[in-house]
Design a protein around this ligand. Structure first.
Ligand code: SF4
Length: 454
């Protein structure tokens, strides 16, 4: 099939694909929807063998410079390594720079935007002459057949888009304003995944606290519905904006421990001046009070956050404020990014002044200072688990050492430390009781408890 004709003669051998997924958990859900839609249409999925597939889909990320660079490198590398393949650019970079990708990389078979991933079979079977399609509308989130997460764990998107418009962020430009999924649809998906043996549900979107805003509901309403579900599982909340934290979820979490006490709250900074520049309303005092309130309600909770360094206006005293906040907040986990100006965002223009460029140049060094300072803080927080009895989700077996890698409620997939587990006859996806015996750096160590030993 050549690139310029709409497809009428589509042979079975051509109906095969491999997908390279880049970026965040939201992008992963889109990739899983694309895989399921193609499987439903009878396509063959080469999960680990791109060399055997006819189509290679690169599900790109495009929200900051380094991600865009990785996307282009992956596309160029794939085109070089697999010259005969039909390479498709999909995902956020395709959505944001569709025309540019198509025009600047003529070797690309086509470019597919990220709004309705389940439309990918129609697209691949009928590639338009101009090699570009950005579906308009919203995904119906068809049930997924194949997941990329470790066994027993899944990301569940509860909405798409963001209304917060932080001044440094390109995501609203890519994903648009919030479109929440109706709670029935989410419950239906949770039931489907439960029936497939999923134990951990990581709820994701750009800001969980935006859910239901369109019709005046909030996250607590959804969690109440989820709480009515039968069975044993974990609900993990990933990414709640600190400026409108939904306190009404805390009593719900106390009532139903399946909604695990884990919070990913990206404060980004603590200096009022810098936060205002970011289009955020908090400050060090407000954010410390938020942490205090959460810990007062849920003393065993885990709080992860993200800081951004090098943002315009971050002078020495602002950075010292952030260091002081870090000390007082004693976060469990912290990710630090240095500011990367994104075109078309409100902060872009002001990030090119001489002083802004000088501040940005300090971003990397300040990032390293914060990361170094976080090590003992995280280790101190981790040490509180020693001698505790916990439930662990087994992720991987280390066969030659009779050990397993697992995670507790305080360890989110891919971003936090792990728990090395001593146990027998366990398999991936199992969730078992264990006792934490020690902490090693960012990881814990545990022994499995026999049935009834607890
Ligand atoms: S809340 Fe997150 S996704 Fe939304 S605009 Fe702010 S940084 Fe971007």
């Amino acid at each position: 099939m050549s690139q310029d004709n709409t497809n009428s003669s589509f042979s079975t051998s051509t109906r095969s694909f491999y997908i390279e997924n880049l970026g965040c958990s939201k992008n992963q859900v889109d990739a899983e929807i694309m895989v399921s839609a193609l499987l439903d249409r009878g396509w063959k999925f080469y999960r680990h063998e791109p060399e055997k597939a006819s189509f290679i889909i690169i599900n790109t990320c495009g929200f900051i410079e380094s991600a865009k660079k990785e996307a282009v490198e992956t596309i160029m590398g794939t085109l070089q390594q697999y010259p005969g393949k039909k390479v498709i650019a999909a995902g956020c970079m395709a959505q944001r720079y569709g025309k540019e990708l198509r025009d600047q990389i003529p070797e690309l078979t086509a470019v597919f935007g990220n709004k309705i991933p389940e439309q990918v079979p129609d697209f691949l079977e009928n590639i338009p002459g101009d090699r570009l399609l950005k579906p308009v509308g919203n995904s119906s989130f068809p049930l997924r057949k194949d997941l990329f997460s470790f066994k027993g764990s899944a990301y569940v998107k509860i909405a798409e888009g963001c209304n917060n418009n932080c001044r440094f962020c390109a995501i609203p430009l890519i994903r648009g304003p919030v479109v929440s999924r109706p709670s029935e649809e989410i419950i239906n998906e949770l039931k489907d995944l439960l029936s497939k043996g999923i134990f951990e549900f990581n709820l994701v979107t750009q800001d969980l606290a935006n859910w239901g805003e369109e019709w005046g509901d909030n996250l607590a309403v959804l969690l109440k519905e989820i709480s009515k579900l039968e069975g044993d599982f974990w609900i993990r909340l990933l990414y709640i904006h600190p400026d409108h934290f939904p306190f009404e979820i805390l009593p719900l979490m106390k009532e139903d421990p399946r909604i695990i006490p884990y919070f990913d709250i990206p404060f980004q900074h603590a200096s009022e001046k810098v936060l205002r520049g970011m289009g955020r309303r908090g400050n060090s005092k407000i954010y410390l009070e938020l942490i205090e309130k959460i810990r007062a309600e849920l003393p065993h909770c885990t709080i992860r956050s993200t800081f951004m360094t090098g943002f315009p206006g971050e002078d020495k005293s602002a950075f010292n404020e952030l260091l002081d906040f870090q000390e007082k907040a004693e976060l469990d986990w912290l990710g630090v990014f240095s500011f990367s100006p994104e075109e078309d965002t409100p902060a872009y223009k002001e990030s090119h002044t001489f002083s802004a460029r000088r501040t940005r140049a300090k971003g990397e060094k300040r990032k390293n200072i914060l990361e170094e300072k976080q090590v003992p803080l995280s280790e101190k927080r981790l040490s509180r688990w020693i001698e505790q009895e916990v439930t662990l989700l087994v992720e991987e077996e280390i066969p030659e050492e009779d050990l397993f890698l697992s995670r507790s409620v305080g360890q989110a997939p891919e971003i936090d430390g792990l728990t090395v587990l001593h146990g027998e006859n366990l398999k991936t996806g199992d969730h078992i009781r264990a006792r934490i015996i020690k902490a090693n750096g960012f990881d814990l160590e545990a022994v499995a408890l026999e049935e009834g030993e607890a």
